[in-house]
Design a protein around this ligand. Structure first.
Ligand SMILES: [Zn+2]
Ligand SMILES: [Zn+2]
Ligand SMILES: [Zn+2]
Ligand SMILES: [Zn+2]
Length: 347
């Protein structure tokens, strides 16, 4: 069985759980939903709109007045308590189901974070020096393809100052760079919007520091599919950049990022779980992050193994997952680019 099968087994098991909990939810919606619309005094039987003194505890019975309510109190007590207990139980069960559904979503195999290079069709590396974004065409291109020499028809190496994908000449001025960038922002390109958000966050490239604008752009980018933008929103709340520090919100946005495939956000979630002693959940996050190329998570699993919190089998699985990831991203062209220049390192 390959390791990706292992992940699949997990998510398949999860989908069984999903139908199980959905079934439970359906059943529950028929329980305890009878609402008494006719106004009849539970004590004297009087009917009408004036019967509107509701039991404060269960809110299930009505009385014509406070006297009837008081008289009926003893008789009603058992039913009242029973109803309150059932409502609380139902509420707890709903919370458990919501948490379970959330976990199914959170721990299912995420999509590849950056997709494939549009030139060599190999998976784009997690490491940011292994890929670059081109604002001429809005493509993310691997270090191998952007570095590779270009030859003319006679086989002579030609000047390579063009986008490897669309052959647009590289921008010659700072103004040209920013102009192209803005054009991509106008075209709703999530990466361009995310980048602009970072300019505002840091106050650079001619943009004033503006946390509110940065956050707004991060949201826009994230909603257009850039999971890294959700990770950044998480950091905004972690550090309180223009907002109140809110660790719960940070975690919420990292979860959205992780579901979208962001391996570094998932690594952070693993750290959070580890800090609160949930080693099992930490391990689950780190396994998925390792498959996405996050080598820091592999280090954490090694630590867990060395202090007895993970088994040798866990560590072996993690190493296999990382090898699988490397198998998808490695190429001779990328190796050559990395050998020629440290700035092209891709894992
Ligand atoms: Zn009455
Ligand atoms: Zn009651
Ligand atoms: Zn490529
Ligand atoms: Zn291009």
């Amino acid at each position: 069985m390959s390791t990706s099968d292992k992940i699949c087994t997990n998510s398949c098991k999860n989908s069984d759980d999903a139908s199980d909990v959905i079934g439970k939810l359906e059943k529950m919606s028929t329980v305890d939903n009878e609402v008494n619309n006719t106004s009849v005094c539970a004590n004297c039987g009087k009917e009408g709109d004036s019967v509107n003194n509701v039991c404060n505890q269960c809110k299930q019975v009505k009385y014509c007045n406070a006297v009837c309510k008081k008289v009926h109190k003893k008789k009603h007590k058992k039913d009242c308590e029973e109803h309150v207990r059932r409502v609380a139980e139902k509420h707890n069960e709903e919370l458990r189901i919501a948490a379970k559904l959330h976990d199914i979503e959170l721990f299912k195999e995420p999509p590849s974070q950056f997709g494939d290079c549009p030139i060599c069709f190999l998976r784009l590396p997690f490491r940011n020096t292994g890929r670059a974004y081109f604002s001429c065409c809005g493509k993310m291109i691997c270090s191998g393809c952007s570095w590779a020499p270009v030859y003319d028809n006679q086989g002579n190496e030609v000047d390579n100052k063009k986008c490897a994908f669309c052959r647009t000449p590289d921008p010659e001025s700072y103004e040209e760079i920013m102009k192209r960038h803005e054009k991509r922002v106008d075209a709703d390109d999530p990466i361009a919007i995310y980048t602009k958000g970072n300019y505002y966050k840091d106050g650079r490239n001619g943009y004033p520091q503006d946390y509110a604008k940065a956050l707004e752009l991060f949201h826009r980018s994230a909603e257009l599919g850039c999971s890294e933008a959700y990770t950044s929103i998480g950091y905004v709340y972690l550090y309180g950049e223009g907002v109140e520090v809110d660790k719960k919100k940070a975690r919420h946005y990292w979860e959205l990022a992780a579901i979208g495939g962001d391996a570094s956000a998932r690594h952070n979630l693993g750290i959070n779980e580890g800090e609160t002693g949930n080693v099992e959940r930490a391990l689950k996050h780190w396994m998925i992050a390792v498959r996405g190329g996050e080598s820091e998570s592999l280090k954490q699993i090694k630590v867990l193994y060395s202090n007895g919190h993970a088994t040798k089998g866990d560590y072996t699985t993690a190493l296999q997952l990382y090898q699988e990831y490397l198998g998808e991203i490695k190429s001779p062209q990328r190796d050559e680019a990395a050998a020629a220049d440290e700035r092209n390192r891709y894992y």
